[in-house]
Design a protein around this ligand. Structure first.
Ligand code: ASP
Ligand code: CP
Length: 332
């Protein structure tokens, strides 16, 4: 689908509705390209559906809500969680998947363009999930697709479904968002998950702390946008300054693949390492999150700490992505 429809103007876009599809269902036929699409009411709805999905998975494991529907899972960049959780989500909903996890074995290797790849896949699928190294690639894909396109990460741009699952994690773990202090740590320049999450959190009354090396600061454009919205934001170089007041510590990997100069990466990579000793200064009731993969920023000894929420976070992602697939396909 090519254009984003504001929440209050959402409408069914396709005149060809298979039997059982719900005309007028929220998000039916919509792309998911950016967290800027969502308001708080949307989030409440998505999280309610995600909770229903969890209950169904716990009760029956797999069910036939999306029987007959096909997902094209198109990944131009490596992925473990996003790719397999969308795959699993579709299978648990009774649908099936065309997995293109290694584009080098597809006609992309022959030089096929993104628009042509998208136009081909939508002949065979009902929804397309795409991860691509360029900012704006998912939006470009959506401009050529008649079917819904879901952004699974566009370079250092956005990772909206990750931000939704991150927020769902915070709500489930801490039972609120308003009033929380969220500290984002690591590569805030290139990290698409923090870009999306900070923007999504701006819908709530939160305090945001950004802790990073000087060269990996949060983009000034994002900080300015959130300032205009009245969000409280502060930047730091050291975690110690803010850890005691932090309710959510969101740790990120230094994004090696986004550095032009490998020496700069070498300098930045070990900047922060969270260990059980680091956590002595943290509150008892708080959580540590990470979109994963981790490459040394959180020591494995921390995994036993009940505050370590990063593996639970992954599981919330399955339910959240089941909800999104059901919604864009008009079944929720
Ligand atoms: N998996 C996340 C992403 O694709 C975070 C990361 O790779 O560091 O953005
Ligand atoms: N969180 C996340 O996007 O993980 P993958 O890169 O493994 O998909």
């Amino acid at each position: 689908m090519s254009t984003f429809i504001p929440p209050n103007e959402r409408r069914v876009q396709s005149p060809h509705l298979p039997f059982g599809d719900q005309r007028g269902a929220p998000f039916y036929g919509n792309d998911i390209l950016s967290v800027l699409q969502f308001n708080r009411e949307d989030l409440d709805y998505i999280f309610e559906v995600a909770k229903e999905m969890r209950a169904m998975v716990e009760r029956v494991g797999t069910f036939d809500l999306l029987k007959g529907k096909i997902l094209a899972n198109l990944f131009y960049e490596p992925s473990t969680r996003t790719s397999s959780s969308f795959f699993s989500a579709m299978e648990r909903l009774g649908g099936s998947v065309i997995p293109i996890n290694e584009v080098h074995y597809s006609s992309v290797a022959k030089g096929e363009s993104l628009p042509d790849t998208i136009r081909s896949l939508e002949c065979y699928a009902d929804v397309i999930v795409i991860r691509h190294p360029e900012v704006g690639s998912a939006k470009l894909a959506s401009e050529y697709a008649q079917k819904p396109v879901i952004n699974a990460g566009d370079g250092p741009g956005e990772h909206p479904t990750q931000a939704l699952l991150d927020l769902f994690t915070i709500m489930e773990e801490l039972e609120r968002v308003d009033g929380l202090t969220v500290t984002m740590l690591g590569d805030l320049k290139h990290g698409r998950t923090v870009h999306s999450l900070a923007r999504l959190l701006s819908l709530f009354v939160v305090r945001l702390n950004y802790v990073s090396p000087e060269i990996l600061r949060m983009p000034s454009e994002l900080i300015e946008d959130l300032s205009v919205q009245g969000v409280s934001q502060k930047e730091f170089r050291e975690l110690d300054e803010v850890l005691p007041e932090t309710d959510v510590l969101y740790v990120t990997r230094v994004q090696k693949e986004r550095f032009e100069d490998p020496k700069e990466y070498e300098k930045a990579k070990g900047a922060y390492v969270i260990t059980p000793q680091t956590m002595q200064k943290a509150k008892d009731e708080m959580i540590v999150m990470h979109p994963l993969p981790r490459v040394g920023e959180i020591s494995m000894e921390l995994d036993q700490d009940p505050r370590a929420a990063y593996f639970r976070q992954m599981e919330y992602g399955l339910y959240l992505r089941m909800a999104l697939l059901a919604m864009v396909l008009g079944k929720a």
